[in-house]
Write a protein that binds this ligand. Structure first.
Ligand code: C2E
Ligand code: MG
Ligand code: MG
Ligand code: MG
Length: 291
């Protein structure tokens, strides 16, 4: 194994060349360690899901939650997807990890439905690698059956750039999923290069406007124009429009006036452990504020 061999040459000299080599070895070593740790994490149940609410814009009521992956690393603490998703994708480990995410999200949804949250939708993020892997639709169908969930209670979020990577292949898979009855959401919309023709053919129910357009919304008239155009386009195609990354009341008010249907962001609710989300639900402050 080339990476391992590189690692064993570490620390052999003091000149610039060897110094450079040693730092490369450290990177290779870190990657190997991360891959080993990911395998260990899968086997020993170190992954967690946090849930961020999706709010109906007019009254702030919660219409669903998005499952966001976390890793309770034994020495490094709680890690976010940015710390490990790229390596998980490169090694294919994202496929078993993604299977776990879907299973756990559906298990949690079953529990919440049994507690009366029957109108919530569960949104699960999919990676491009899961997409091209042949067993996605079968796995989704089997998992819904396992937890006796109606397909309409599940929404799968695919980024615009993932959906655009191989248009025909995505169309086939998204159509299979839509036929199954699950909802499709196009995440991080506005960062990829969808043609309008393709967008029209996509069997999606929802567009999520990328956080990049929301961030400076209150200061930047161009961003407001873009949001307004996406809302008009999406509504003409019968799509639900979500704004993600809502952090201020000013953004919230603007997004409501621009016609966004659903809002998500730290202002309204952070990603939370299930127990914390349930505590919030029981708290009066969480009820529609009419703000
Ligand atoms: P995403 O699906 O676009 O999720 C939104 C990200 O923005 C999340 O980051 C969320 O915690 C964060 N966020 C939410 N509200 C705000 C806000 O008001 N301000 C700011 N600054 N950020 C906010 P997170 O949890 O780190 O996830 C990052 C990305 O990792 C996700 O982007 C998604 O693409 C990916 N991801 C998360 N969970 C999974 C998973 O289970 N499977 C796969 N394949 N990818 C996942
Ligand atoms: Mg998402
Ligand atoms: Mg997003
Ligand atoms: Mg994103």
């Amino acid at each position: 194994n080339a990476d391992a061999a590189m690692y064993h040459t570490k620390g052999s000299g003091r000149n610039g060349y060897h110094f450079f080599e040693a730092s490369m070895n450290t990177n290779a070593h870190n990657q190997l360690q991360l891959i080993q740790d990911l395998r260990h994490a899968l086997k020993h149940g170190e992954f967690r899901l946090h849930y961020q609410p999706k709010h109906n814009a007019p009254d702030n009521s919660i219409i669903g939650v998005e499952a966001l992956l976390r890793w309770q690393h034994p020495t490094r603490g709680l890690l976010a997807p940015a710390d490990f998703i790229a390596v998980a994708e490169k090694t294919g480990l994202i496929v078993p990890i993604g299977d776990w995410v879907l299973d756990e999200a559906c298990r949690q949804m079953r529990e919440w439905r049994d507690q009366g949250y029957t109108n919530w939708k569960m949104s699960v993020n999919l990676s491009a690698v899961q997409f091209t892997n042949g067993h996605l639709t079968d796995h989704v169908a089997a998992t819904l059956k396992k937890y006796e969930l109606p397909p309409q209670s599940l929404m799968l979020e695919v980024t615009e750039s993932t959906a655009m990577q191989d248009v025909e292949a995505s169309m086939t898979i998204l159509t299979e999923l839509a036929v199954l009855g699950v909802d499709i959401s196009i995440d991080d919309f506005g960062t990829g290069y969808s043609s309008l023709l393709y967008l029209k053919r996509l069997p999606a129910c929802e567009l999520k406007i990328d956080r990049g357009f929301i961030k400076n919304l209150a200061q930047n008239a161009d961003d407001a124009s873009i949001v307004s155009a996406i809302v008009a386009l999406g509504h003409s195609l019968n799509l639900n429009i979500v704004a993600e990354g809502v952090e201020t009341e000013k953004q919230q008010a603007l997004l409501k006036s621009l016609g966004c249907d659903t809002l998500q962001g730290y202002l309204l609710g952070r990603p939370m452990e299930p127990s914390q989300l349930m505590r919030q639900m029981k708290n009066a402050a969480w009820l529609p504020s009419g703000a």
